[in-house]
Design a protein around this ligand. Structure first.
Ligand code: IVH
Length: 753
């Protein structure tokens, strides 16, 4: 019997050592966090029951480390402890019972409960009120010195107290907290990546970690990280008696504290709110992986002491895992409206935190390659919040050799045309603008809410219209007539009437909305508005794109003989040639404001050993290209890749003919005069959420025309949240922050004031 236990302990230790190495050194976990937790819990229990088998080198005797070779090390002023885990309420009850046994009879324990943030632990030292040092947790004793990077995080005070009227700060204060991405900032970061034609980041926590470990703190500064502070590690200030007081002190000093912490008289009261937290999890602005329950009375918590690396006075209540392992059955391919191919993993259905998951996003084939997954693999899938489940990676150790590689197709699965991968892009595209799948997706997007918002045109109707040959492209929508529609199965008079009426109404949508609806890669409503602020009509945009293409062609003609004659053995001249071949993304942005182009080109193109005439020719045609491109390139917020996408779209012959047809049917393609109706809303910031009686874009225009501002996120600075039907989590947030929530009628009343 005892021998069996010894064997099991040895087995678990060996497995866990491997998994710790895979996770921390190789960054290639073989199992999910939950599975790891199960193994370590089993080992902890066995070792607790049979301490004679506990070895100094057991995996339970050490904690992970995020130390890396690139940073100097800082020693923490006190051990940076970890937390033991509870997986259900029974674990919590057992925890309290153990604690009560260690305390004088009759002791009552009250608690504070706060979210367990899924970010990176950080330790920050303030000397005489100034942020002096910041270190990662490392191995609990020393951590990486990330002071310069941490200082770029705006939610973290560089001096305390932030408000000098709120009392003094201790001369020496060491605090502990978590650094993370708010979900909205992570989404925005990925939108930006996409606009630049770069691959999306997959995991917020890893991206936060990567952002904090940049060698150049300017890189960290570009990422919108947030810091929450939840503990005082050391201080020479007045003794603090409770966790609750800790939170209040931290808040008073100007730290960003988790606003949701609450105090409970006893464990029963705290237990009652656990299900609410699980339900609310997805509506929080940040990712959490559980809750932390802390004994409120710090004297009692100190008395309870520490086991290993875990203080007895606090425990992590972990939510059910969001990861699971399953089998990769197939990879299917979708073609989007821009022609972009997206592979999707088809999975053996698996239950993850309350939801059955049977497919997961794979983003692109570079991602498939990077993940090194194969058909038939056991793979780890993660589902967090409302994002589409995604694949973390294969369990390579589970392979038996029957797995098959995944290869990208070379033809579009829907129209058989050759696929292309633009230079420098990670995605593959179907380049056929008439590909039925592309057209279908483009139409769906075009009519959707937030785009042209044409009611009664769901995917089924669109398919029926395409199949009947009534529409081939988005412009055909506007020439639909009643008669052929009535001839279709399931199209009764009323349905046709309604459809035609909403089509007629759609012709009046704002120019920015029309642009958004075209589904140009990277052009959402924000970019569309930037465009309509700078181009008064579709005609102007088309002319600009055409002029740029013509100037590019002329530039290509000038550099063509130079490219042909270049010495391809010289890497430096190769580089210059490559840039000459991509003037719009490479040269134009850099030389937009160059005073003496000829001189700059002479220097830059030196490796090519050109004649003065050749340089003059290049400079001249580049100058012409810059002249016609300036209007687009100088719009703040439009990067070179986005400009290239826009020019591509508006110079494409097929798109131009569709746009011409649309214009002919009377679709609005002019920017409205920016009439300032008044300034009754001056200085007021609004957030719009839910379904309104008209598109949100129109309400935004209305608010702006009256001097107000519209933002995407609710904050303390928002003045009103305007809620339509079925509003989202923004309303809850507004209620919490005390921001007034009004409806559309109330908004109109404000306008009439
Ligand atoms: S208290 C001595 N409070 O969870 C315990 N930790 O699994 C001090 N964490 O390393 C930690 N949110 O990085 C505490 N509200 C919170 C937390 C929190 C996240 C992290 C922390 C710790 C890990 C333990």
């Amino acid at each position: 019997m005892d021998r069996d236990i010894a064997t099991r302990i040895a087995e678990l230790s060996q497995q866990l050592h491997l998994h710790i190495y895979q996770y921390h050194v190789r960054s290639e976990p073989l199992i999910t966090d939950a599975e790891y937790d199960r193994l370590i819990q089993e080992l902890l229990a066995l070792e607790a029951e049979h301490p004679q088998y506990l070895r100094d080198d057991s995996p339970t005797q050490r904690v992970g480390s995020d130390l890396s070779g690139d940073f100097s090390k800082l020693r923490h002023p006190a051990p940076i402890l970890s937390l033991a885990n509870a997986f259900d309420e029974a674990d919590l009850l057992a925890w309290e019972e153990r604690n009560l046994r260690l305390l004088p009879a009759g002791t009552q324990l009250s608690y504070i409960l706060q979210p367990k943030l899924d970010g990176l632990s950080i330790v920050i030292t303030y000397e005489n009120g100034s942020l002096a040092r910041a270190a990662t947790r490392g191995n609990g004793e020393t951590g990486d010195d990330v002071t310069a990077n941490v200082k770029t995080i705006r939610s973290l005070p560089l001096r305390i107290p932030v408000d000098s009227s709120s009392g003094d700060a201790p001369d020496w204060l060491v605090v502990r907290g978590e650094i993370l991405f708010h979900k909205s900032d992570f989404l925005a970061l990925n939108e930006e990546q996409e606009a630049q034609g770069l691959p999306a980041y997959i995991n917020a926590r890893n991206t936060a970690s990567g952002s904090l470990k940049q060698k150049d703190s300017r890189e960290t500064a570009k990422r919108k990280l947030t810091a929450y502070i939840y503990a005082i590690v050391d201080s020479d200030g007045a003794q603090i008696a409770s966790e609750w007081e800790t939170v209040k002190t931290l808040r008073r000093l100007g730290f960003n504290v988790i606003s949701d912490a609450a105090r409970y008289e006893n464990l029963d009261a705290a237990r009652k709110v656990l299900p609410d937290w699980e339900a609310r999890r997805d509506t929080l602005p940040f990712e959490i992986d559980g809750l932390v329950l802390k004994v409120d009375d710090l004297a009692l918590a100190r008395e309870l002491g520490v086991v290993g690396k875990d203080p007895r006075g606090a425990i992590a209540y972990k939510f059910p895992a969001e990861e699971a392992t399953t089998t990769l059955l197939d990879v299917t391919i979708g073609v989007g409206r821009t022609g972009k191919l997206t592979p999707t993993a088809q999975l053996e259905p698996v239950f993850i935190s309350g939801v059955t998951v049977s497919s997961a996003s794979l983003h692109n084939y570079d991602q498939v390659k990077a993940l090194d997954i194969r058909l038939g693999d056991r793979i780890i899938v993660k589902r967090s919040g409302d994002v589409i489940p995604y694949v973390i990676g294969p369990v390579a150790a589970a392979r038996d050799g029957s797995e098959r590689p995944i290869t990208p197709p070379d033809r579009c699965p829907f129209c058989e045309s050759q696929l292309l991968q633009p230079k420098g892009a990670v995605d593959w595209f179907c380049g056929n603008a008439s590909c039925p799948e592309r057209v279908g997706r483009a139409l769906e997007f075009f009519v959707s809410r937030g785009a042209m918002d044409i009611e009664g045109m769901g995917p089924q109707t669109i398919n029926a219209l395409i199949e009947a040959g009534l529409i081939d492209d988005i412009a055909d929508i506007f020439t639909l007539k009643a008669e052929p529609l009535l001839a279709l199965e399931g199209f009764a008079e009323k349905k046709v009437d309604n459809l035609l009426r909403s089509i007629t109404m759609a012709k009046e949508r704002s120019f920015a909305q029309v642009l958004t609806s075209l589904g140009i890669d990277g052009v959402g409503s924000t970019v569309a508005t930037l465009l309509t602020d700078n181009f008064a009509s579709m005609q102007e945009l088309l002319e600009a794109a055409e002029a740029i293409r013509a100037a590019e062609a002329e530039f290509a003609r000038v550099v063509e003989p130079i490219v042909a004659a270049a010495d391809s053995d010289n890497p430096e001249s190769d580089r210059q040639i490559a840039r000459l071949q991509q003037p719009t993304t490479d040269l134009v942005p850099q030389y937009l404001d160059a005073a003496d182009l000829n001189q700059r080109m002479t220097r830059r193109l030196k490796p090519l050993q050109l004649s003065a005439d050749e340089i003059a020719g290049i400079s001249q045609s580049l100058a012409s290209l810059i002249a016609v491109s300036r209007r687009l390139h100088t719009i703040e917020g439009l990067g070179p890749v986005l400009v290239e996408n826009i020019v591509d779209f508006f110079s494409d012959a097929h798109n131009r003919s569709v746009l011409a047809k649309m214009l002919a049917t009377g679709v609005n393609m002019r920017a409205e005069e920016k009439a300032q109706a008044g300034d009754v809303l001056a200085g007021k910031t609004f957030v719009l959420t839910g379904t309104m009686s008209q598109p949100r874009g129109a309400l935004k225009t209305l608010i702006e025309a009256n001097g107000g501002k519209v933002t995407g996120n609710v904050s303390k600075r928002s003045n009103y949240v305007v809620a339509g039907e079925s509003p989202g989590s923004k309303v809850e947030k507004a209620a919490k922050l005390g921001v007034p929530i009004i409806d559309e009628d109330a908004l109109r009343m404000l306008l009439n004031d």
